[in-house]
Design a binder for this molecule. Structure first.
Ligand SMILES: Cc1cc2nc3c(=O)[nH]c(=O)nc-3n(C[C@H](O)[C@H](O)[C@H](O)COP(=O)(O)OP(=O)(O)OC[C@H]3O[C@@H](n4cnc5c(N)ncnc54)[C@H](O)[C@@H]3O)c2cc1C
Length: 498
């Protein structure tokens, strides 16, 4: 490959993974990161002996990190290690009925008394049918770049076979009879920020990914893993400039020429990859007043994705649980339909939301001092386009989340709380630089042309490429790693031709 001058906006996982691959190919790669640290959504905070991962905690398809290291001629295991997690997660319903999903379906069947009769048949058929489509979705759809000419044609044929119009909720309702299992087996799109009531049933591929490769956490915290990846990038020859925000992507004659930094300096490059949120990239970093770009219009018409209220707590004792909790728990609310309606349609703050509860000290005991407990709660909430009084309501919402959480414990949490920190959508927006504080970029909705996110190669601005949450195939760690490989593949194709 030609030794190109590559500029990458953002040192999130997507930017770093693209940077490593291109540096290994002999390119001169500079990453400009607005924060004074790398990782974006991947990071950890350490407070008085407690460790909390600020964003992502669980890694599925961990072999994708091995592939990244192999690309650089190294072994991931020499740099950081993973710990397997099983069960993958446990769903807890309002009456404390529980359902744990294991990587081995036989374990799931054996250990969940809820699964019997027609539901057991439904589970077997769900598992079999999801396995049958998984390779197509993971390797053929997610693992290849979106391409104007070939991708659409190929996916249109392929998608028609899959009947993607059926929603995940509809699919689960056909397979299961128990309402709780219908909720659980329909909820997969929510992992990527999508609405189970409108997003395609193909999102159930998540369940299969968990079963195929399990899930893992990096030893020593997410920040430890990020530092290892930054080292890999630097050892491959790349440079990171921290505290350096990009304010504009410079375009002349429909072709990228470099970027303007917030301090006014211009940096020239043969190409620019944006790992910043795709919605923010198209809305704020491209001057579309002078020239109208289709891609900018397309990005503006996509639905902005959800945000989150993230609450980390450390207690002075081990909390006694009302019903046994797993390391990762999805706590379904009494009225799940109402919650989805409030989150995605009315876009209001729900009083009875679904909670994702991570028991950090059950995941890794070192995450809390001996005899203490570390927990994180993630509440999916509408983004700042619809709710923006967070500077007034954050503390009362924190109180409300604490009340909801208390239902799951016999020990009084408030009197035993010794550390806490919460991130509301405003803090998240400032940290990630995402449009409206969305955490996973656009709301994933399958378009007629087969796209769920934006293409890896910008369709009408030459030498502009996208990586990360908002680029095909989309959010979550495996999505972003697959996407980075896709983006580098199209860059190689483009510059080999020129
Ligand atoms: C609370 C939470 C929990 C999650 N849990 C999981 C999980 O358990 N498992 C999982 O697989 N995924 C999870 N995810 C999703 C996963 O973390 C993301 O999909 C992934 O980390 C996104 O990486 P990225 O590179 O696309 O973007 P980001 O991590 O958002 O990185 C973008 C980077 O770009 C920088 N930037 C933005 N604008 C500019 C600019 N103008 N100039 C310079 N720099 C800029 C930002 O500072 C940031 O560092 C979670 C996400 C959140 C928020």
């Amino acid at each position: 490959m030609k030794p190109l001058n590559v500029i990458i906006i953002g040192a999130g996982l997507g930017g770093l993974a693209c940077g490593i691959r291109l540096a290994v190919e002999g390119c001169k790669v500079k990453i400009f990161e607005k924060n004074h640290f790398a990782g974006g959504s991947l990071g950890s905070i350490r407070l008085k002996g407690f460790t909390f991962n600020t964003g992502a905690e669980y890694i599925s398809a961990p072999f994708l990190f091995d592939q990244l290291y192999e690309y650089a001629g190294k072994r991931r295991i020499d740099s950081f290690k993973f710990r397997d997690c099983d069960p993958i997660f446990q769903a807890v319903f309002p009456d404390f009925k529980r359902f744990a999903l294991y990587s081995n379906p036989a374990e799931t069947v054996k250990l969940n008394p809820m699964l019997s009769g027609a539901d057991l048949q439904g589970f077997n058929s769900f598992t079999e049918e999801s396995a049958a489509i998984f390779d197509d979705i993971f390797f053929d759809y997610c693992g290849r770049p979106v391409d104007e000419n070939t991708f659409r044609f190929r996916t249109n044929l392929w998608l028609r076979r899959m009947n993607p119009q059926k929603t995940c909720e509809e699919y689960a309702n056909e397979k299961f009879q128990t309402p709780e299992l219908q909720q659980l087996f329909g909820f997969w799109p929510l992992i990527g920020g999508g609405n189970p009531k409108s997003a395609t049933h193909l999102f159930r591929a998540f369940s299969q990914m968990f079963q195929r490769w399990g899930t893992a956490v990096p030893d020593g915290g997410m920040d430890n893993m990020v530092q290892a990846i930054v080292r890999l990038f630097q050892e491959s020859g790349g440079e990171i400039f921290y505290g350096t925000e990009v304010s504009e992507i410079q375009i002349f004659n429909h072709t990228v020429s470099g970027v303007r930094l917030k301090d006014g300096r211009i940096q020239q490059g043969d190409l620019v990859i944006s790992d910043a949120d795709a919605a923010a990239t198209y809305r704020y970093l491209i001057d579309s007043d002078r020239t109208r770009y289709d891609s900018v219009n397309q990005a503006k018409t996509k639905i902005s994705g959800i945000s989150a209220f993230v609450y980390h707590l450390g207690t002075r004792c081990i909390l006694q649980e009302r019903a046994p909790l797993a390391p990762l728990n999805i706590l379904f609310p009494e009225d799940y339909d109402r919650f989805l309606n409030e989150l995605f349609d009315q876009k209001t703050l729900s009083d009875h939301p679904l909670l994702i509860l991570r028991m950090a000290s059950k995941i890794i005991p070192d995450n809390a001092p001996f005899g203490c407990e570390a927990l994180s709660v993630i509440v999916p909430v509408p983004n700042l386009e619809s709710i923006n009084p967070w500077d007034h309501i954050s503390y009362s919402y924190r109180n409300h989340v604490l009340d909801l959480l208390q239902n799951y414990f016999l020990t009084d949490i408030r009197t035993n709380l010794i550390v806490e920190e919460y991130l509301d959508p405003i803090i998240i927006k400032n940290r990630l630089g995402s449009h409206a504080g969305s955490i996973l970029s656009f709301q994933p909705e399958l378009q007629k042309n087969g796209e769920i996110r934006m293409a890896n190669r910008c369709r009408d601005i030459r030498h502009l490429y996208l990586a990360g949450n908002g680029a095909h195939p989309g959010a979550t760690i495996p999505g972003v790693l697959l996407g980075a490989a896709n983006t580098v593949q199209v860059i190689k194709e483009d510059f080999d031709k020129e």
